[in-house]
Design a protein around this ligand. Structure first.
Ligand SMILES: [Mn+2]
Length: 334
């Protein structure tokens, strides 16, 4: 039997028995977060329920094809705070850490609503009433697909598009570790609902402009390397010079991953306010998720990140030293 079957039944019962819902996911949002929110949005709306969908921070333009603007952050902040306080059920999707609800973290915790976490990140969701966590899944959208199909819920074309996009984007276009035969079977099922894989790929992965590509070229030409570690450093002046947003960094680290001679990858980006965002990837047995958690961040075994208030050079050297120390430790164990 399906591993989450009884949790899925509980979830279905909760959805059936209530009318006022809030859906929320994480800041610096991505295709899986948006796909998860949009799939539940369409499902609950089709059931005639009241639904408010919330994403902290901005909505990336490239996902406009999912009609996110028509569904997410539709109320003023004051009204959203009220919706959260009055909700009966809050679905927290693909969150990794509840703090990633950002400005909505405290309002959600204060709400008397039943709180439900559905996620494929290691479990860091305290203070919720029901958790459906599965770290073996490439995307939260995979778990949501299982929920719908286990409960014989019809997946409409809009729901299928949302779920397919989430799986496509979190799997890096069906390439990353964790992409399984099950991933491909689910994608195939969803694609039957009038989804053109090449068209969706184009929306998600071919959305760059020339300026962004030139910026990527600049960063790549400054790529540094030591042993099996590759890294790049982007000071805030470079972001300003090329006039690119943080969002336009997305995907760059996955180009760096193409270096066959390296196995651990880090990208250090200094934001306008001085905060440093660190993206981490690995393609061996090195757990970047646990590394990121040591620095107050989060993520998966092969893809993770954290942010720091220290200055850029300091974050670079502390992170690289930590990676080297862990590599030495791992080598000692063998
Ligand atoms: Mn995800």
């Amino acid at each position: 039997m399906e591993k989450h079957f009884s949790a899925f039944q509980q979830l279905k019962k909760i959805l059936d028995e209530h009318n006022n819902f809030v859906l929320i996911s994480h800041i610096h949002t991505d295709g899986d977060a948006l796909g998860s929110v949009m799939a539940f949005y369409h499902f609950l709306k089709n059931q005639g329920k009241n639904v408010q969908a919330i994403i902290p921070g901005g909505l990336p333009e490239r996902y406009n094809f999912l009609q996110i603007k028509q569904a997410i952050n539709r109320q003023s902040k004051k009204q959203l705070r009220q919706s959260i306080a009055q909700a009966e059920v809050i679905l927290i999707l693909d969150i990794s850490a509840l703090e990633r609800m950002d400005e909505w973290y405290q309002p959600v915790l204060d709400s008397k609503a039943k709180k439900i976490c559905i996620d494929h990140h290691p479990d860091m969701c305290e203070q919720v009433d029901l958790k459906i966590i599965d770290v073996e899944r490439i995307a939260t959208c995979e778990i949501i697909y299982d929920f719908f199909s286990s409960q014989q819920i019809e997946i409409t074309q809009e729901m299928a598009m949302a779920l397919y996009t989430g799986i496509l984007s979190d799997s890096g276009g069906f390439r990353f570790e964790g992409t399984s035969d099950r991933t491909l079977r689910i994608a195939a099922e969803l694609a039957q609902k009038n989804i053109d894989p090449a068209w969706v790929y184009r929306q998600v992965y071919e959305y760059s402009n020339k300026n962004q590509l030139r910026f990527w070229g600049h960063v790549l030409s400054g790529l540094q390397s030591e042993g099996i570690i590759d890294w790049a450093v982007v000071p805030k002046e470079t972001l300003q010079q090329f006039n690119v947003s943080l969002e336009e960094m997305n995907g760059l680290i996955d180009i760096v991953r193409r270096d066959a001679a390296a196995q651990i990858f880090a990208m250090f980006v200094e934001k306008k306010d001085g905060q440093v965002m660190v993206g981490l990837r690995s393609k061996n047995g090195f757990d970047v998720g646990s590394l990121a958690r040591q620095f107050g961040g989060g993520g998966h075994f092969h893809a993770a990140g954290f942010s720091s208030q220290s200055n850029l050079q300091q974050v670079v050297s502390v992170t690289l030293d930590k990676i080297k120390a862990l590599l030495k430790e791992n080598a000692g164990e063998e």
